[in-house]
Design a protein around this ligand. Structure first.
Ligand code: ADP
Ligand code: MG
Length: 254
């Protein structure tokens, strides 16, 4: 089993889009996938076709009340399992702050989750306690980035957080930086992309996710783009990302 968190404290960089569509693409490759939504906005949850407000149990019940994570797993219409989130999760990092081991809650809850090939965790746009919980529970971090002028801003904080948390979680590493919302006709985007490559080298995913309107439309239909329009550029890109990640997984396990 591999655990991958999708994180970047910037909003709107394609974290949730990546979480849902990567999960769907891995499931499409016959991998057994669990998606855990750690954002009170619950967009990853609704993006899989689940009704986030109607869920009986969410990740908030797991973290706040110690409900067994297994009981909060629901099969989604998108073809993989989901532990959902909704507004019940907002403010929870403040509530948990006083508790001892508050940063270990997710990792402890994930001890006996079963035989998944991949667990994908969608983080909120923040470096709050929930994101810290994800970093402690995960192995690899996937960092989606939009190739714009301020792309690198905030990245130092994220890398620093990852480095600090290695003390608690020695397995923690950056699995890859993913260029998202990419417009190849945009000169600045190409410049920033080249800068990222020189900065991160092998840590860059070769797959680049283009700006594609189908990716933006699919969530309104409660579907991954693979189900919404499987031949779209967006669907192709996320299938390619899944292939790249599966290949990496094989190399890592050797
Ligand atoms: P985050 O989770 O980082 O806040 P989202 O995945 O929610 O970002 O994406 C922000 C917005 O951009 C959403 O409306 C989403 O549908 C849209 N979006 C994300 N990736 C793409 C893309 N590659 N092409 C077009 N729209 C995208
Ligand atoms: Mg999001």
């Amino acid at each position: 089993m591999e655990i991958l968190a999708i994180a970047n404290q910037k909003g709107g960089v394609g974290k949730t889009t990546t979480a849902v569509n990567l999960a769907a693409s891995l499931a499409g490759r016959r991998k057994k996938v669990l998606l855990i939504d750690l954002d009170p906005q619950g967009n990853a949850t609704s993006g899989t076709g689940l009704e986030k407000r109607a869920l009986e149990l969410t990740i908030a019940d797991v973290l706040l009340d110690g409900i067994d994570l297994k009981d909060a797993i629901y099969p989604s219409p998108a073809g993989f399992d989901v532990v959902g989130a909704n507004r019940d999760l907002s403010g929870i990092d403040i509530t948990l702050m006083g508790k001892s081991d508050s940063h270990l809650l997710l990792s402890n809850a994930m001890q006996n989750i079963g035989d998944y090939d991949y667990v994908i965790i969608d983080c909120a746009p923040s470096l709050n306690l929930l994101t810290i919980n994800a970093m402690v529970a995960t192995q690899g971090v996937i960092i989606p980035m939009q190739c714009e002028y301020y792309a690198l801003e905030g990245l130092a904080d994220l890398s620093q957080t990852i480095d600090r948390l290695k003390e608690l979680n020695p397995e923690l590493h950056i699995r890859g930086v993913l260029r998202t919302l990419f417009d190849s006709r945009n000169t600045l985007a190409n410049d920033v992309s080249a800068e990222l490559e020189s900065h991160f080298g092998d840590l860059m995913f070769k797959t680049i996710i283009p700006r594609n309107v189908r990716l933006a439309e699919a969530p309104a239909h409660g579907m991954p783009v693979l189900d919404y329009e499987k031949s779209s550029k967006g669907a192709q890109a996320y299938r390619k990302l899944a292939t790249e990640i599966i290949k990496q997984s094989r190399q890592l396990s050797q």
